[in-house]
Ligand binder design. Sequence first.
Ligand code: PGA
Length: 260
Amino acid sequence: MGRKPVIVANWKMYMSHKGALETLSALKQLLKKEDIDSDIIICPSFPSLRDSLRKLARDTKIQLGGQGIHWEEKGSWTGAVSVLQIKPFVEWCIVGHSESRQLRQESDDQVRSQANLLLNHDITPIVCIGETASERMADQTKAKITQQVHSLFKEMPLTQVPKIVVTYEPIWAISANEPTELPDPGEIAAVMLLIRKLIAEKFGVETAERLRVLYGGSVTATNIASYMAEPGIDGVMVGSASLQPAKFVSIIKTVQQAGL
Ligand code: PGA
């Protein structure tokens, strides 16, 4: 279907400012020799965005993303960051990550508002959805994904739908949650199919086929090939394994070789 792969490095709060800039330089260097035909998005912490953009200079292989925004454009929100404040630096932004849903008690409605705000400002929302360990145990994965997808795309104009990137991240599979097992690649592919089916039901098959859907949760240079062997996975969001440039580049290459 010709969807361009997306590989997102979610650096969370792992790096110092200096570390972020050094890692970015190393990545830039490693990618110099590579043919890149995917969207590679690096998401450093907010205070590093400005200098990261400078560091990239005219590099066109790497794009920058933010790690969440407030659902209001501005106002009396101590400690929050507005879309207007990140707009000069980013083309992408993660929203609805389970860690920020927890930290700020964000609801599905607020995540939708964030996605719409980003779209209004021509920034691509990378929206995370996924079930908790207990929801999985209770066989509620399908119900949770359905509810989150319905909420996210509620009243969305058809033309905006393919501009969103959805990331399926089972919360229990995120490395920081110390998973005792990882999802079977087939299990992930089934959720991807469900997401696309829900979009097709609401907006039609053609629109659903244009939507890019990623997987996230303990992706490494070792297990990436098994995920990319499944149909319908358009890329990945990578946390801890994205902190090491060589490993991250190896993930990028495997995604590209999968030739979506
Ligand atoms: P992980 O993080 O790759 O370290 O599991 C993924 C994420 O939380 O986005």
